[in-house]
Structures are given as C-alpha cells and as structure tokens.
Design a protein. Structure first.
Length: 172
C-alpha cells in the first residue's frame, strides 16, 4: 500500500511541477508549487522521515511560498489579459491535484504504514539530525540564510516606489 501511495504522490509531484513551469499566471504557478511541496512532504513521511516532512511544510510551503506570493503581489507580475474559455476548465488541474494530495493524506492518517513496523532502520531522531545540521553542516546553513536575506533585500529594492519623470513634472 505504501508503494502505491508513493507512486501516486510522485505523479502528483511531477504534474504539479509541470503545471507550475508551464502556467502563465505567476500566482497559479505558486499554488501548483505548493501542492507539489505537500506531495513531497507526504513522500518524505512515507520514507520514514517525519521531521523532514514537517520542515518541508513549515519552511517551504509556509515561509518561502508566502514570500514568493508577496513578491508577486508587490511587483504586480500577474498578467493583465483575461484567460479564454470557461472557468471550470482552469480549475480542473488544481482541483484534481488537491484531491489526490488530500486522498493520500487521509490514507496515511488512517492507515499509517510506519506504525506497524515501528521505526525503520534508517530512522534518525530530531536530536541527531539537529547535531548534524548545525554541527557538521553549519556553514551551509548560514550560507543559505544569507542567500534568503539577499533575496529579501533584492525584492525590497525592486519593489520600492520610484517616481517617474512624468510624476516629478506633474508635482512641480
């Protein structure tokens, strides 16, 4: 059962990523990417890494995607033209992906594959993971944090208001 769920989630992840890359509306692309991250978190849970699954949801879905949405809204990157065709056709891919992720989540909740066997042989507890992450890989964590800081400063710089020449002439 766990292998079937894994392949369903892998298909959802690939479909969501493909829709994210091909979507013209950046807000919809971020929503597809969030669905892909949820599928990836469930895959990590199935592989016996619940801590990584929780971090996937908290960090990537909860923080970075919200930052992406904020940047899209500040820079007004949404397309101006209205999409063609009926509205329900635009919602079908997103609803199907969401339904698949919710279905797999419910199956995992009600029939936990790792509960019967206990901890797998490759299970690493939060303490050992934290010691490895901040001890052995501490420099890499700091480099990534500086990259996120530079991205936030760049987004602020790009999104700040700069009066145009026309605005300056109208006020004087």
């Amino acid at each position: 059962m766990a292998s079937i769920l894994f392949y369903i989630l892998a298909f959802v992840l690939l479909a969501a990523t493909l829709l994210c890359v091909t979507c013209r509306n950046p807000v919809h692309a971020v929503i597809y990417l969030v669905k892909g991250f949820f599928a990836l978190a469930l895959m990590f849970y199935l592989l016996g890494a619940p801590l990584i699954a929780a971090w996937e949801v908290i960090v990537y879905v909860g923080a970075i995607m919200v930052l992406f949405l904020f940047i899209i809204m500040v820079l007004e990157l949404a397309p101006r033209e209205q999409p063609q065709g009926p509205g329900w056709k635009r919602w079908v891919p997103g609803l199907m992906l969401a339904a698949a992720v919710i279905f797999c989540s419910l199956l995992i909740i009600f029939q936990d594959p790792s509960a019967a066997s206990g901890n797998p042989a490759h299970f690493v507890g939060p303490r050992a993971f934290g010691e490895a992450l901040f001890g052995r890989f501490g420099l890499a964590v700091e480099v990534v944090s500086f990259q996120l800081l530079f991205a936030a400063v760049g987004a602020y710089y790009l999104g700040r208001y700069q009066p145009r020449e026309q605005d300056k002439e109208e006020t004087s």
